[in-house]
Ligand binder design. Structure first.
Ligand SMILES: CC(=O)SCCNC(=O)CCNC(=O)[C@H](O)C(C)(C)COP(=O)(O)OP(=O)(O)OC[C@H]1O[C@@H](n2cnc3c(N)ncnc32)[C@H](O)[C@@H]1OP(=O)(O)O
Length: 213
């Protein structure tokens, strides 16, 4: 019989968001969390932290065949990338988790490990690549492309056809004009208004958004 137990990897604030969505979806018979050794035995939203990532094989043997990365990222996706490699190597199924209040348009595509938070909108024709985070209330308009491990934070608005590079962070409440692109690894500060494309590995913020690093 197929198991529908899932391990969440990382027990911080982002875990709480994903967990709350997951509980609301009621898709799994058993949810458990993996975190640092010192947190084992604690609970998040009444869900137990049962071990560390050193014991992943043991949890597979206990029927946890799905895993999801719940370590967050604000500008440093490296831990999420490493965890993705780790759980892939162990052969876990990595689902897409879409909060039940999110609105998803037609002909959208999602890579594994994507999280779509509360009241986020992904409009028709958009592609969201593996392990990207679309946080609460983000609006991804039609025909956007969000790169792997990118984090589109709470309340961001991507107008139509915007491209976000892999590993980028788009700060909360930022607005990006249609058809622009944000480069790989670039951080856009909170509350920015982006009116021209920004290249790779920059830090940029403000209205109008300008590169500062
Ligand atoms: C559910 C969630 O919580 S999702 C997470 C949501 N959070 C985010 O998206 C945060 C994104 N991060 C930011 O916006 C950060 O401010 C960054 C990355 C742009 C800059 O961070 P740091 O390099 O630490 O800069 P720091 O805070 O030291 O500020 C440096 C200067 O830039 C200014 N500044 C920083 N961010 C911004 C911004 N978004 N807009 C305008 N000015 C800014 C500061 O006022 C400061 O100015 P000063 O030197 O005149 O005092």
């Amino acid at each position: 019989m197929a198991s529908n137990k899932i391990l969440l990897i990382g027990g911080g604030g982002h875990c709480k968001s994903v967990l709350d969505s997951l509980i609301g979806l009621n898709l799994y018979s058993d949810i458990a969390i993996i975190d640092k050794r010192e947190n084992v035995g604690k609970n998040i939203l009444d869900v137990p932290i049962i071990g560390t990532d050193e014991e992943l094989e043991e949890f597979i043997n206990k029927g946890f065949h799905s895993a999801f990365i719940t370590v967050g990222s604000v500008g440093n996706p490296e831990p999420r990338i490493k965890l993705h490699q780790l759980i892939t190597a162990f052969g876990f199924h990595i689902p897409v988790i879409v909060d039940k209040s999110a609105v998803i348009g037609s002909d959208t595509k999602f890579g594994e490990g994507v999280f779509v938070g509360k009241r986020a909108i992904v409009n028709a024709g958009s592609v969201i690549n593996s392990c990207a985070i679309l946080n609460s209330g983000a609006i991804i308009e039609h025909d956007c492309n969000v790169g792997e491990y990118a984090h589109v934070a709470s309340g961001v608005v991507l107008a139509g056809g915007v491209k976000i590079g892999n590993n980028a962070h788009i700060g909360a409440q930022t607005v990006i004009r249609q058809n622009l692109s944000i480069g790989e690894g670039t951080i856009i500060g909170i509350g920015s208004v982006v009116v021209k494309s920004i290249g790779n590995n920059a830090v940029a913020y403000g209205n109008p958004c300008e590169i500062v690093k």
